[in-house]
Design a protein around this ligand. Structure first.
Ligand SMILES: Cc1cc2nc3c(=O)[nH]c(=O)nc-3n(C[C@H](O)[C@H](O)[C@H](O)COP(=O)(O)OP(=O)(O)OC[C@H]3O[C@@H](n4cnc5c(N)ncnc54)[C@H](O)[C@@H]3O)c2cc1C
Length: 417
């Protein structure tokens, strides 16, 4: 079909949805509509403002080695002008600690030197699409470390991966960990002050895209996607039903398993997608300890609900300030109990008089488990792309991070449109 006439709907106005819309428009598609259920764009790129300063509810930073992100900000004339990030590791009582004991440093260096050769074995891990997945990458990451004798790296990865809410490495398969934290990313991560942040927050990236996209519909929750006899796709919102030639999903995919009502395997796959329940609290505090604090004592799964990370983005310690506090959700505990736990943790860490300003609960870092990968989850996802004119994108396809969203969104448009 002629690109000028082809009507494309993109469901989800997060980073992936807006990127796909922009890539399509650049390719000559004239009828691209983005449906977003909230009254704001951006999804997990979510900056909030307090006393004239920007703070992040979702993504915090990019890495300078990330090629797609670097190209994106250059091509949209976005300056990297945000505050520097620092990392300080604490125990649960606010005492500073080392990431790994001194006596392990030599072994750490040996493992780090060996890591690139081990990763070189997987020749498609850097590709946008996940396919022909090596059996070993389907194992939980901790097991993958055992297979490769990476004892210290297991701790280091826990300290980075788990503390950003990405999950328990004893459960999450190696592919997800290594897609987010490749060797280059890990090295980049260790030099926190060099990371990309933006004075006006990550939403700056969303604003740049918003200006390019012609047809954006906010507060339009898509409740159903259905095929018509003549191979068109109906998009049902709370308000209307609209007809399109092609539809791209960038939302959590399990909402739309009904579309595949003749494909039980696909329905099971979509239902098997899991998320990290992750809470972000914005507290107004006085006397803010400077920098970012990582509470390494709280990274094990029996410490759910406790603070794992706090970020005092503007590094001031005078007067009142907003501090973003991160904790895995504990589904069996009430919101009141969880807030009490977090406040007690803050006091132990040396904060004074914390008052809750706003919170956000994320379905963060989607993944499927080892057995679902072994059943061929990603091969099926690749095979089903475009069937009945429905295309799948977003975090479960790209794996998380702004870099991976750009890489996958570009791949999808280049390959199928
Ligand atoms: C706390 C946190 C910290 C992070 N830190 C970083 C970081 O430092 N660096 C980094 O690179 N990445 C980070 N990430 C990950 C990064 O933010 C995400 O991978 C990326 O933003 C995902 O974009 P997306 O568009 O694929 O998904 P989303 O942002 O989830 O967008 C999906 C959109 O779909 C909308 N939607 C859902 N259902 C419907 C429906 N039925 N109808 C219409 N719309 C719907 C949602 O409202 C949302 O806007 C972080 C994420 C979180 C949560």
């Amino acid at each position: 079909m002629n690109k000028k006439e082809c009507k494309v709907a993109i469901i989800g106005g997060g980073f992936s949805g807006l990127l796909i819309a922009e890539f399509l428009q650049k390719k000559g598609y004239k009828n691209v509509t983005v449906f977003e259920k909230e009254n704001r764009l951006g999804g997990k790129l979510h900056t909030i403002w307090y006393n004239g300063k920007a703070y992040e509810f979702g993504a915090l930073f990019g890495l300078p080695n990330q090629k797609f992100l670097t190209d994106f900000i250059k091509s949209h004339n976005i300056k990297v002008d945000g505050p520097k990030l620092y990392r300080v590791n604490y125990d649960a009582n606010g005492k500073r600690i080392m990431q790994i004991p001194k006596e392990s440093v030599e072994n750490f260096v040996e493992e780090l030197n060996r890591l690139p050769d081990v990763l070189a074995h997987y020749n498609n891990i850097e590709d946008a699409n996940i396919y022909n997945l090596d059996e070993c990458l389907m194992l939980p990451f901790a097991k993958w470390c055992d297979v490769n004798n990476f004892d210290i790296l297991k701790t280091i990865y826990t300290n980075y991966f788990t503390s950003y809410g990405l999950g328990d490495i004893n459960v999450v398969p190696a592919i997800y960990v290594l897609k987010v934290m490749s060797y280059d990313n890990l090295m980049s991560f260790m030099e926190l002050p060099h990371l990309y942040t933006w004075k006006e927050g990550v939403s700056k990236l969303i604003n740049a895209l918003e200006q390019q996209i012609k047809d954006i519909r906010l507060t339009q929750n898509v409740i159903k996607i259905a095929s018509s006899k003549d191979n068109k796709v109906f998009v049902h919102t709370d308000f209307e039903v609209a007809e399109f030639d092609k539809v791209v999903l960038t939302t959590p995919l399990n909402q739309f398993y009904d579309f595949y009502n003749e494909d039980l395997e696909m329905q099971d796959f979509l239902r098997s997608i899991k998320y990290q329940d992750f809470n972000v609290y914005a507290f107004i505090v006085e006397k803010v300890p400077k920098k970012c604090g990582f509470v390494l004592d709280n990274l094990s799964s029996n410490k759910r609900g406790h603070i794992i990370l706090w970020n005092s983005r503007w590094h001031t310690c005078e007067g009142e300030e907003l501090v973003m506090v991160y904790a895995y959700n504990h589904t069996e505990k009430s919101k009141q109990i969880l807030l009490k736990t977090v406040k007690q943790d803050l006091l132990k860490l040396g904060f004074y008089n914390p008052r809750l300003y706003q919170t956000k609960q994320w379905k963060h870092s989607p993944y499927v488990d080892t057995s679902t990968l072994q059943k061929g989850f990603y091969d099926k996802m690749t095979k089903i792309q475009g069937k009945n004119n429905l295309f799948l994108a977003g975090e479960i396809m790209s794996t998380i991070s702004m870099e991976n969203c750009i890489k996958y969104s570009k791949y999808l448009v280049d390959t199928y449109f």
